[in-house]
Write a protein that binds this ligand. Sequence first.
Ligand SMILES: Cc1cc2nc3c(=O)[nH]c(=O)nc-3n(C[C@H](O)[C@H](O)[C@H](O)COP(=O)(O)OP(=O)(O)OC[C@H]3O[C@@H](n4cnc5c(N)ncnc54)[C@H](O)[C@@H]3O)c2cc1C
Length: 483
Amino acid sequence: MSNAASSTKEIHVDVAVIGGGVMGIALARQLLLVASSSSPDAASTASSQPSSRPTTVALVEALPFMLCGASAGNSAMIHCGFDCTTGTVEHAMVVRGHRLFSEYAADCARRGLYLPWVPSGAIMLAMSNEEMSIVRDDILPKAVANGVTNTKLLTSREEVLALEPHVHLNVVGGLHVPSEWIVDPWRYPALLLAEAATAPGLSIIRSCRVTSVRREEEEGGGGPYHQWYRLFDHKGQCRVKARMVVNCAGLKGDAVEALLHSTNHSSPPPRLAFDVFPRLGRFIQFGPEAAPLVQRALLPIPTKKSKGIIVFRTVYGQVFVGPTAEDPDEPRASQSAVVKSLRNAASSKVPALKDVQDVATYAGARPALRQRQDYLIDLDSRDIGWFTVAGVRSTGLTASLAVAELVAPRVLQQLLMTTSSNSSSSCRASPPQTVAPYCINSAPLPSAEAVNASLQMLLGPGGPLSYDRRHPISSEGCPTPKL
Ligand SMILES: Cc1cc2nc3c(=O)[nH]c(=O)nc-3n(C[C@H](O)[C@H](O)[C@H](O)COP(=O)(O)OP(=O)(O)OC[C@H]3O[C@@H](n4cnc5c(N)ncnc54)[C@H](O)[C@@H]3O)c2cc1C
């Protein structure tokens, strides 16, 4: 791995991934692992064998540290998809991401890598007969339709209390969802980055906000097979020259997408129009006395806007309540008002939390889209070597491996055609029509020793993961790093 944080010289790579959040990291890892395994599925669609040199990937991050955007403040849950809107991209990615996470966790255990996660399960609580009808008539059938068949309807207060004895006595029932899990939401993507960084082809470029993009076509025709993208930072300096670009810029995904339509381009590609709006989620943490009061995540009935306010216990035993769902066009409540309402929400589910002090707060902002309530994954539909992963709002921690699994082979297919088209003939190869299935487990994952060494380097002084996480988190969900 090269860590080009301080250097401002231009580097040339096969793929530039814009955004060092959980999506960009998972994708960079997948590109490097898929490429290093020379996936026959990916290779077979190209007209020549992959070159023997490793694929090169630049992970370009605007901030000085990785995982400081939306990925900095979430609820740490690995969702099973029981409550997703059936048939959406999000549904498919969450279900697959859950499966890939469990395989990855098993693989970490086999390799001796420390990945803290707990298959804690969750209970969606019905606090009234109306809510019980919603659970029975809407949520349970949806879970079945979504392929989550191990849920159990809890039809009485006693059944709920047998699992969670501290829940409010007003509870009338609920839905037990054993496959909602909790993970260390920082260590998990940090491990993915450490794995990616064991590959020789990764460059991590930090403090580089891409503010302008130039697409340069080579002689011999346009399209992704005869072109380079040049990515410029805020000082107007070209930092990366790449054959392919993947926009994983989260909360700024729309701004990065708009760069494609800047005046730099003689023939701008068709517009992929979408607007991101940051939906703020604030949390509070209770003191250690709360630990025995909650075992599973306690979910409310979801609203149209969000999954609602959850009471949950982390892998380390701290109890949290949150997140709020505050849109930018709504009046922003004061922190004290939010703390009060979160405390009320928590004690309406677990009354004993009323007597436990709150000790900390944090926040994250979901990259929601104005145009749709779903992910937007564009697999280079414009045939310009530009991929987009946007609108990954409330479930990206879960879905990251699945999105990476979907996008990476397609990027590599395009890349292989670039290579073959440039080396063997000036004729343009046909773009691939289908995404070859790729099994992540066939990739040779690096050893625990290699990953741990790489993690130490990333965490080390000034490293990409070395920010002080005890520092307060701003309302944009980005911790202000201690420099
Ligand atoms: C309150 C809350 C609770 C959540 N709970 C869960 C949960 O329990 N389970 C779950 O699975 N998911 C959850 N999520 C969702 C999950 O956290 C997000 O889906 C995920 O973090 C999105 O990751 P990302 O990489 O797309 O975006 P980000 O993490 O925002 O990464 C994008 C990166 O791009 C960088 N960037 C932006 N513009 C530029 C530029 N011009 N040049 C270079 N870099 C740029 C940013 O600095 C940022 O680091 C939650 C989210 C929130 C906010």
